[in-house]
Design a binder for this molecule. Structure first.
Ligand code: MN
Length: 234
């Protein structure tokens, strides 16, 4: 827990931050807060069940938030270091807190992105520039999905599968372990990502991770993915 003096310090630091950068999570320093979902826990049924969504958000993601905030006591600069700058270069953090930051600030970033990448409505397929890039990079949407599914199913243990714009500006599919983010690999943008930790699917799918991956595509927020893709050109 933050004492009052620390809290005031953070509040003042936040007030001194320009509004434009406070609006973007990417530039938000600690202390960290659990983002609200843009839909109800049962909104992604039957693809992702309500109980999984609620536990995933209120217990798992909240734990990353709490643990990330706890790091501030050991390294106060966390409260003024933009999240993505830090995750792109973990050597900015002292060695004794680096693993805690990798796991918990990374977990917070990954999940904050993940919730926004799902929606109960919206386009069922990518459009425009993102569609064109997927078609030219992979052949078609189905082939891109196969690559992501293979990356997710092939991740031993816990982690994520991602569609990114890599250093060379090309769409690419990668997988990361645990709560490692693609940011430290120097990607230009993270277009979409899927959580393949068992906590993301076990209640409904048990050991059938490929079934979860197949259903997850029905929830993808292609408008958000397109916005993420556009960041690679910015
Ligand atoms: Mn998760």
């Amino acid at each position: 827990m933050l004492d009052r003096r620390s809290y005031l310090k953070f509040a003042l630091a936040a007030a001194a931050t320009p509004l434009a950068s406070r609006l973007a999570f990417a530039q938000q320093p600690g202390p960290f807060t659990l983002p609200k979902l843009g839909y109800a826990y049962d909104a992604l049924e039957p693809n992702i069940d309500a109980q999984t969504m609620e536990i995933h958000h209120t217990r798992h993601h909240q734990a990353y938030v709490n643990n990330a905030n706890a790091v501030v006591a050991q390294w106060p600069d966390l409260a003024k270091t933009p999240v993505e700058d830090l995750l792109r270069d973990l050597s900015k953090a002292p060695e004794n807190v680096r693993t805690a930051i990798r796991n918990n600030v990374g977990g917070h970033w990954n999940h904050s992105m993940f919730w926004e990448l799902m929606t109960p409505g919206g386009a069922k397929e990518p459009q425009g520039d993102l569609k064109a890039a997927i078609d030219s990079g992979f052949g078609d949407l189905g082939k891109m999905k196969e690559r992501v599914n293979a990356a997710g199913a092939g991740r031993f243990g816990s982690g994520w599968a991602w569609l990114v714009v890599n250093k060379d500006g090309k769409l690419d599919v990668i997988s990361t372990a645990n709560q490692d983010t693609p940011l430290e690999l120097g990607v230009r943008a993270v277009v979409l990502g899927v959580d393949v930790w068992e906590h993301a699917y076990y209640l409904k799918y048990q050991n059938r991770r490929p079934d979860y991956l197949g259903a997850w595509w029905n929830t993808v927020n292609w408008d958000k993915a397109a916005q993420n893709f556009a960041k690679a050109k910015a």
